[in-house]
Design a protein around this ligand. Structure first.
Ligand SMILES: C[S@@+](CC[C@H](N)C(=O)[O-])C[C@H]1O[C@@H](n2cnc3c(N)ncnc32)[C@H](O)[C@@H]1O
Length: 334
């Protein structure tokens, strides 16, 4: 694409891993929206029901109780910190120093003492001997690493025989039909903002991202790339416009990530040596469906009642085979 050639030649973007591109930059990786961790549980919100569904998903699909769990790439401490009260110990492994600090602060503020967070340099082996963990969880993190195949091999190595790996991944399929290429604006401070350009190739299973930092307020840049002043239009991002704004550009970055499809994940996990690999429904999806079954008046109002309702059902749901890619959760047994 001509635009990307222009960015490469004129802006010489710094090649980054996902930490340098996204996660070291973010004050909160979840935009402070996580229930329990950032907000009190609210039974009127579907997202909060989904969160409880995820909790029981990770507990039941990994047989987590009284176990030592690894959480690969916890971000703001999710799911480590919601799972911690139900298990012996959780160790979160992060490739971002900033995220590690956030996870530790969140653990402290929640009074959780059985969750620890350890830094690992992206792309390097995990700092644990073979067979260290009873179970492993990885939520939207394997596809953020420099080499997802290597990451899966490492997760296999540190898992004990008989232990389970439960993975949630971002399937690029969700961007089909028009969202393959997108732009987004991120306000850094009053005078600086960052334009991010996403270029996703669903068939080839990769996503490439460019970011361009402008020494200009976010609303000013928004006006250049928007028709209505509220939403960005990719077709307004042109070389002549970037030429015009070039003196305000202070930096550019590039990051390329492999996003394996569900099918590729299943193949890789089998090749690595997992003896059973299945794509199942997810506890989060099920909890969301259940939320929709209630009218506002009939809906349970407190977390304990919702937990009692969800627990036995999620236990069944996470064992139910789902079509690959429809509901991106995989269980792999070593
Ligand atoms: C999309 S976020 C998911 C965070 C959290 N699990 C959640 O679902 O809310 C991906 C996380 O993976 C971490 N990550 C990316 N590459 C990594 C690596 N090589 N080793 C460890 N963590 C990594 C990132 O720093 C980030 O916190």
């Amino acid at each position: 694409m001509k635009l990307f050639n222009w960015i490469e030649q004129e802006l010489k973007p710094k090649v980054c891993n996902s930490e340098e591109f996204f996660y070291d930059e973010m004050e909160s990786q979840s935009d402070y929206c996580l229930p329990i961790i950032y907000q009190p549980f609210d039974a009127s919100k579907k997202a909060h029901w989904r969160d409880r569904g995820s909790l029981f998903d990770y507990l039941f699909s990994t047989n987590g109780e009284d176990r030592k769990l690894l959480d690969f790439g916890p971000g703001d401490g999710w799911p480590s910190l919601i799972v911690a009260p139900f298990v012996r110990e959780v160790i979160g492994i992060e490739g971002s120093h900033r995220r590690i600090n956030v996870c530790r602060e969140n653990a402290k503020h929640l009074g959780i003492s059985n969750a620890r967070f350890i830094y690992v340099e992206p792309g390097k082996s995990l700092p644990f001997p073979d067979n260290t963990f009873d179970e492993v969880m990885a939520a939207s993190s394997v596809e953020q690493t420099p080499d997802p195949g290597f990451t899966l091999k490492e997760l296999f190595r540190v898992l004990r025989p008989g232990g389970k790996l439960r993975i949630n991944y971002e399937a690029l399929n969700m961007y089909r039909n028009g969202k393959e290429q997108e732009i987004a604006l991120d306000e850094k401070n009053k005078e600086t903002c960052r334009l991010i350009i996403y270029d996703r190739n669903i068939e080839k299973e990769y996503a490439r991202m460019y970011s361009i930092m402008f020494k200009k307020p976010c609303n000013e840049i928004m006006n250049y790339f928007s028709r209505d002043g509220n939403s960005l239009s990719l077709d307004m991002l042109t070389i002549p416009l970037l030429e015009k704004l070039k003196s305000a550009i202070t930096e550019a970055r590039f990051c390329s990530l492999t996003h394996p499809s569900g099918r590729t994940f299943l193949l890789w996990l089998k090749d690595i040596g997992f003896r059973k690999v299945i794509s199942t429904h997810s506890g989060a999806w099920f909890a969301g469906q259940l939320f929709d079954q209630f009218s506002e008046e009939n809906r349970p109002k407190d977390m304990d009642t919702i937990d009692k309702l969800l627990k036995p059902l999620v236990k069944i749901v996470v064992q139910m085979k789902a079509p690959i890619g429809d509901d991106p959760m995989i269980t792999a047994v070593k």
